[in-house]
Design a protein around this ligand. Structure first.
Ligand code: TRP
Length: 335
């Protein structure tokens, strides 16, 4: 990996949730792939973060297989181990030490007012007293992730902005107390409209089962698309549709970009029905993902390949991590 002529260093992480879906691809993964042209990129499967909602043996035993499936999707989509460092968070244990150190300089007040933390408490029906220590410190670990590699740019979705703000505060405090050590990481917002699920109700997500996996077969893709909810007001073929409220239409924008105008016109004039419209979408998705799916199968057939890439990535990441941690220890007077 060369640093010259690159705009800066990117770090981003994804929780290992298993196979990715269309929403993850459009929202984050495609962006990761593109950023490799201009930045030095480090991409991480954040398995320690995943422990914050996996307090059972059943749940933790899913993490490793989930990493494998997710990383296969990364590689198939074009995240390139020749260009970028791809690794698993827990393979570079320096991050846990840095997390511990940063936690000594992070006031509880900063953590308690992070909106995602408050939201999580509501979701879990928990309080500050029952929630785990690790969940409170989630953004501190995220900060450690980023600054251990001295990344200056972090591509994230809007939901992660409060975490980035906290990371910047922690960096400012550390630099102020011990001398300039870390760059203040900037968020790089991924600009894409929200990808709505097939239910037409909420964001596409695995837990709501309103998603299509990247790795799904063409048959499964078609089956799922055919069940998608369209404009609820369009009951009869002769009713004109309203593409602006239809999530199938929203997906046409990505998967049939050169046909959207035509589809819009045919839908609003009732010259095409929802069934036909969905068939077009299913075809668009299957055509667009065909190469990715082929590459995925090919990669999956090479036994040990993913493991090897991750080992190699961890070794490269660790070289940077050791150097940063050494510097931190020195700044603290502990070296
Ligand atoms: N918190 C992020 C999420 O839930 C994942 C993450 C962990 C991350 N560490 C990171 C993202 C560092 C960017 C940089 O999506």
């Amino acid at each position: 990996m060369t640093t010259n002529a690159k705009k800066g260093r990117i770090f981003s992480g994804m929780r290992p949730s298993g196979r990715l879906h269309l929403g993850n691809h459009i929202g984050a993964l495609q962006n990761w792939v593109n950023l490799q042209q201009e930045y030095e990129c480090i991409y991480c499967a954040v398995d320690i973060h995943a422990l914050t909602d996996s307090a059972s043996k059943d749940a933790t035993s899913q993490i490793k297989p989930n990493i494998y499936e997710m990383v296969l999707d990364w590689l198939a989509a074009g995240v390139d181990p020749e260009k970028s460092i791809i690794f698993v968070q827990s393979h570079v244990r320096e991050v846990v030490i840095l997390h511990g150190i940063l936690s000594m300089f992070t006031p509880m007040g900063w953590l308690m007012r992070v909106p995602t933390f408050k939201e999580k408490l509501r979701q879990l029906d928990a309080t500050e007293h029952t929630v785990s220590y690790g969940l409170v410190g989630y953004p501190v670990l995220m900060t450690a992730d980023i600054i251990l590699y001295k990344a200056d740019t972090v591509p994230v979705g809007e939901d992660q902005l409060p975490h980035l703000e906290l990371a910047r505060e922690i960096v400012r405090r550390f630099n102020h107390l011990f001398g300039p050590t870390f760059p203040e990481p900037k968020a790089k917002l991924t600009t894409y409209p929200l990808v709505v699920g097939l239910d037409g109700q909420s964001k596409m997500s695995k837990s709501l089962d309103n998603h299509i996996e990247l790795a799904a077969s063409p048959e499964d893709t078609t089956k799922k698309v055919m069940k998608a909810v369209t404009d609820p007001n369009r009951k009869f073929l002769s009713d004109p549709g309203r593409p602006e409220v239809c999530n199938v239409f929203a997906l046409h924008k990505y998967f049939n970009p050169d046909k959207v105008d035509q589809i819009h016109q045919q839908c609003t004039s009732a010259s095409i029905g929802c069934v036909q419209d969905k068939q077009l979408l299913a075809k668009g998705i299957n055509d667009k993902l065909n190469d990715l799916r082929e590459r995925r199968q090919e990669l999956a057939s090479k036994k040990g390949l993913v493991e090897e890439i991750l080992m190699d990535g961890a070794a490269k990441a660790q070289t940077i991590a050791r150097e940063t941690l050494g510097q931190v220890m020195e700044r603290l007077g502990l070296a």
